[in-house]
Design a protein around this ligand. Structure first.
Ligand code: DX5
Ligand code: ZN
Length: 223
């Protein structure tokens, strides 16, 4: 299991310290939520801010574009240093073209689906995808309640990946914390995005490590 803390819940007045803290706690990726106020009813940041953050960390930048017409901006996000560029299936017309284009830029190509979009919509592009992101909330805000139907979608996506593209990673985003991390990992998630459950803890670094221990229980007999 990999953990991708979402900087949406970080305190940007001390972002350099927060990133050092996440690296020290063993974060695998940094999840960067880009929102345009159109695809989702919220705004965050664009390539300039991500380019500045790039100077602060060598961690994999796991970029989640919640913007309409993402094809207009992927060059800029790649130049800013994004390693994974994930866009929404619902936000563009030519999904396969954009996946291929992101790979041609040397980035990993991710595709995300909203809670109302079936996993089956990805069947015909699975070989062009490096990461599938299952949204377990409707995108736009941190701290929303987990939608339990996501578990069924994780299992379906796991089967699709295992059958056609085993090197593709499966990520989940929204409402994940101590209560549900173990069940989503057991269902086949490789990368867990978490914002408020890490940053709202009194000691976010300790919480990240606690979440990892809950998500990856030591097998019986391994001690
Ligand atoms: C929501 C974003 C998430 C958000 C998750 O639209 O895509 O990455 O930060 O926040 P939590 O973990 O608090 O649900
Ligand atoms: Zn996200």
């Amino acid at each position: 299991m990999k953990i991708s803390p979402s900087l949406l819940s970080a305190d940007f007045s001390k972002i350099a310290d927060q990133i050092v803290m996440l690296e020290g706690a063993g974060a695998d990726y940094l999840h960067l939520d880009v929102m345009d106020g159109r695809f989702v009813p919220n705004l965050t940041w664009g390539p300039k801010i991500i380019g500045d953050l790039r100077k602060l960390s060598p961690l994999c930048f796991d970029t989640h574009l919640m913007i309409v017409e993402p094809e207009r901006y992927v060059d800029d996000f790649r130049k800013a240093g994004c390693d994974i560029i994930t866009f929404h299936y619902e936000a563009t017309v030519h999904v396969q073209r954009l996946l291929t284009y992101i790979r041609s830029l040397g980035a990993r190509a991710g595709i995300s689906i909203n809670p109302s979009t079936p996993v089956g919509m990805l069947e015909d592009v699975i070989e062009d995808v490096d990461l599938i992101l299952i949204m377990s909330v409707n995108p736009g805000f941190a701290g929303q309640a987990y939608i339990p139907n996501a578990l069924k979608k994780v299992r379906e996506a796991r089967r699709l990946i295992d059958a056609y593209n085993p090197s593709c990673e499966l990520e989940i985003d929204g409402g994940i914390g101590r209560k549900n991390i173990a069940e989503v990992v057991a269902a086949g998630v490789d990368v867990v995005v978490m914002g408020s459950s890490i940053f709202s803890a009194p000691d976010p670094a300790a919480e990240l490590q606690a979440l990892r221990a809950i998500g990856e229980p030591v097998p019986a007999g391994a001690l």
